[in-house]
Design a protein around this ligand. Structure first.
Ligand code: DOR
Ligand code: ZN
Length: 350
């Protein structure tokens, strides 16, 4: 039974199993935000051009390390962006050399910078088979892209039309269904005993589609996959607080400068790196599940990736509401920090 009066919680240092750091001036501004609280992060490869080959990942990792504060002790875990031209031997070599922790499957056109992604799944079958044999995890953006499929149904249709057939064909492939947003995805993962995990973002635990659309359109809550109905949000919270090892934190913190969000065709992405742990503590506290926060943010992810949890800890302390900046400044322009819409009472001491 959770202690309603709990005011302090020390947990293993969390990891972020899905993060966008971008490049250049944006990278320099956002990397320290994650490195402040997190030990490791799976770094998304959707740069322009994308991180496709081992040599791209080595160079990107070096650019990240150059801007992470020395005191931070932060390790980026790199991913390779699968294209229909990907050479399986390069992916496997990158994994075996400890350069690429995982590879990322973007269906072409699914989201930001996914144009070079995969249109025809059979084109990547050889690389997926090689990854299964090597035990290399596949991170999946689980949405179909057909224009005739309603945007709110794209995740559920992806499960039926792409993921189930793929897992049947290559059952040994270790798949992470990323940023799940539906009860359908939660049920599918729960019903799958082996080789399937899922990340859940901070914002999808907090917002539903009303937050984006009711009473005015709120571009800073627009992301992909788009937030769904309240019953789906509740299913995500239940999964996150359950302690089930198959569910773990991947913030999908995805910075875009405000002018890119606030325009006729605004970019998808929520930037939550700065206040994620305070937001999560609030969500778990309200749900009476603070003792399960460590499993979700610090233990289940490493277990799926077959890595040890971090040695160090962070302490969360409950008190007067913590003020987070509404924006961070970057060399490219301001980036709005996720507003959960409620006060954050949990301070993080890293
Ligand atoms: O909202 C999103 N933003 N979803 C994604 O899948 C990509 C990300 C980005 O890179 O901006
Ligand atoms: Zn993402």
């Amino acid at each position: 039974m959770a202690d309603k009066n709990m005011t302090s919680l020390t947990i293993r240092r969390p990891d972020d199993w899905h993060l966008h750091l971008r490049d250049g001036d944006m990278l320099a501004a956002v990397a320290p935000e994650t490195a402040r609280h997190f030990g490791r992060a799976i770094i998304m490869p959707n740069l322009v051009p994308p991180v496709v080959r081992m040599e791209d990942a080595v160079a990107y990792r070096d650019r990240i390390m150059a801007v992470v504060p020395e005191t931070a002790n932060f390790q980026p875990l790199m991913t390779l962006y699968l294209t229909e031209e990907t050479d399986p031997s390069d992916v496997i070599a990158a994994h075996k050399a400890g350069i690429a922790t995982a590879a990322k499957l973007y269906p072409a056109g699914a989201t930001t910078n996914s144009a070079s992604g995969v249109k025809n799944m059979s084109a990547v079958r050889p690389v997926l088979e090689a990854m299964a044999e090597a035990g290399m995890p596949l991170c999946v953006h689980g949405e179909v892209t057909n224009s005739e499929i309603d945007i709110f149904d794209r995740e559920a249709v992806f499960i039926d039309k792409v993921l189930k057939p793929l897992r049947k064909r290559i059952p040994d492939l270790r798949v992470i269904m990323e940023h799940v947003t539906t009860q359908d995805a939660v049920d599918y993962v729960r019903d799958t005993p082996k080789n399937l995990g899922a990340t859940i973002t901070t914002h999808h635990l907090i917002i539903n589609r009303n937050h984006i659309l009711a009473g005015g359109i709120r571009p800073h809550y627009y992301c992909l996959p788009v937030a769904k109905r309240e019953r789906h949000r509740i299913a995500l919270v239940q999964a996150a607080i359950s302690g089930d090892k198959r569910f773990f934190l991947g913030t999908d913190s995805a910075p875009h400068i405000d002018p890119a969000k606030l325009q006729e065709c605004g970019c998808a992405g929520v930037f939550s790196a700065s206040n994620t742990m305070s937001c999560l503590a609030e969500v778990f506290d309200v749900a009476g599940a603070l003792p399960k926060l460590e499993a979700f943010s610090s233990l289940n992810g490493p277990a799926f990736y077959r890595l040890p949890p971090n040695d160090s800890t962070i302490t969360l302390t409950k008190g007067e509401p913590v003020d987070y900046p509404t924006h961070i400044q970057t060399g490219e322009g301001p980036v709005t920090v996720f507003d959960p819409g409620f006060p954050l009472h949990w301070r993080v001491d890293a």
